[in-house]
Write a protein that binds this ligand. Structure first.
Ligand code: FHN
Length: 460
């Protein structure tokens, strides 16, 4: 495989930091934030709002793509305060964020020297990428630059592989423009920690594997330590994310979009993150979410801890309005999620997958000395039971509620299963403990010989 992975499994400081991000924020912001999924009271039947330029059919406005493309002439998000976004993200507990520098419409949120379709050709005139990178970096939040290869604006962009000489020349121009913009992003924003690619599925890009292989090498040389997900390029057989021999193409698995791995084993030791919308499939701003279900803070806590239990990060998406304001609902979610994460930080950031049987009560994370059980489904019995292998060198020795520190009764319970290779540990959840959200039980581990005596012995 000549065009397989350029790097193997990384364990440098940047990747160790990635593993401890825990929670991230995605922001989709661009020209599509202006219509917010509707135009003069009409809206497309079934498109994600940031795809509105692709609107067609009987209710699409006349000359819609041309109208959309001229939105740069009115793009002026005067309410956008990147420092306010960053402070909100900090309160939410995000340790990294991904910002759409250029989405599929091709409009660049930085004054790119390689395009005439950027913030510089709009009343905005500001370098929004620069503002975001500076504001988040100042809050200690790492920034990843989202970049869509797919580009509806560049005349040379084509979805297919073509034999036509003029189209081939156009595609070559497009490749050079893409390379120039990516190098420009790295040069302009040295604080950015990673590139987050999108729109890399068309046959034209897939067939450009020699170019993308060279370009990945160039990007890595230009910025040692840069993190690149698996969605950038494919091998010479068209295999994406993983090459034809099953090796990861990038530093982490980047295919978990609005879906999560079924279990830890299927990840095969790869780093990963899962990106998630708050609505069903809306990344950009939506003026009216109608009866579409909006995830609650409880949903996101559940998803966050599910990701952490499998060693991944959860990235929650936000779609500010055309003025650059966060929506009230998303603002509320950020505060609620942040409140929970603050109280339970030990279970979120430095804790990852633990090799214990899953439990229907919720999600397990651990940091070597402690196991954290995030209880999402509170047991009616008042007993949270965990299975440990009977030969485990380290076993539970004490338990408490992580948020308050309240000590909990812990018992070693032999339930008498024939040939059971597990020992059960029961944590008693006090009946007088009221919780209106998921809560975390912290279980300290100690040498097996120091473990609590079993229930039978305790009652003799
Ligand atoms: O088409 C895009 C979509 O608009 C959005 O940007 C998401 C974010 O991960 N990515 C694409 C589809 O994979």
């Amino acid at each position: 495989m000549r065009f397989g992975p350029l790097v193997g499994h990384r364990d440098d400081e940047a990747m160790r930091r990635f593993r401890r991000y825990g929670l991230g924020q995605f922001i989709h912001f661009g020209l599509y934030s202006i219509p917010g999924n509707e135009w003069h009271g009409e809206r497309p039947a079934s498109l994600a709002p940031e795809w509105i330029r692709a609107w067609s059919g009987p209710n699409a406005p006349e000359d819609w793509p041309q109208t959309y493309d001229r939105l740069n002439e009115v793009f002026d998000p005067t309410e956008l305060d990147a420092r306010e976004w960053a402070r909100q993200a900090k309160r939410m507990g995000a340790r990294y964020m991904i910002f759409t520098t250029k989405h599929h419409d091709g409009f660049a949120l930085w004054p790119s020297a390689h395009s005439d379709y950027t913030v510089a050709q709009s009343p905005c005139g500001r370098d929004l990428v620069g503002e975001v990178v500076d504001a988040y970096t100042a809050e200690g939040i790492d920034v990843f630059l989202y970049f869509s290869v797919l580009d509806w604006h560049h005349p040379g962009y084509t979805t297919t592989v073509t034999d036509d000489d003029a189209e081939r020349a156009g595609w070559q121009d497009f490749l050079e423009y893409t390379r120039a913009q990516l190098l420009e992003l790295l040069d302009r924003y040295p604080a950015a920690k990673g590139l987050w690619f999108d729109g890399t599925w068309d046959a034209s890009w897939v067939a450009s594997y020699e170019f993308t292989h060279r370009l990945e090498q160039e990007l890595r040389e230009r910025r040692p330590g840069l993190i690149i997900g698996s969605r950038f390029r494919n091998d010479e057989h068209g295999a994406r994310h993983f090459d034809s021999n099953g090796r990861l193409l990038g530093d982490y698995e980047q295919g978990w979009e609005r879906k999560l791995p079924a279990d830890h084993a299927m990840l095969d030791g790869h780093d990963w993150d899962g990106v998630m919308t708050i609505g069903p499939n809306a990344w950009g701003f939506m003026r009216d979410t109608g009866d579409q279900y909006q995830k609650t803070a409880d949903d996101l806590i559940d998803l966050l801890m599910r990701c952490r239990s499998m060693g991944g990060n959860l990235v929650v998406n936000f779609g500010p309005d055309g003025e650059g304001r966060m929506t009230p609902y998303e603002g509320k979610i950020a505060e609620q999620l942040g409140g929970w994460v603050r109280e339970n930080a030990d279970a979120v950031y430095d804790a990852g997958h633990v090799d214990l049987d899953e439990t229907p009560l919720g999600w397990l994370t651990g940091d070597g000395d402690r196991v954290f059980l995030t209880i999402v489904n509170r047991p009616v019995t008042g007993i949270a039971r965990l299975r440990f292998p009977s030969d485990a060198p380290r076993v539970p020795v004490s338990a408490r509620l992580l948020a308050s520190g309240r000590e909990l009764e812990l018992r070693r319970t032999d339930i008498g299963f024939d040939l059971d290779a597990a020992i059960h540990y029961d944590v008693v959840i006090p009946a007088d403990f009221a919780a209106d959200r998921a809560f975390v039980v912290e279980i300290a581990l100690g040498a097996a010989s120091a473990g609590v005596s079993d229930r039978a012995a305790a009652h003799m």
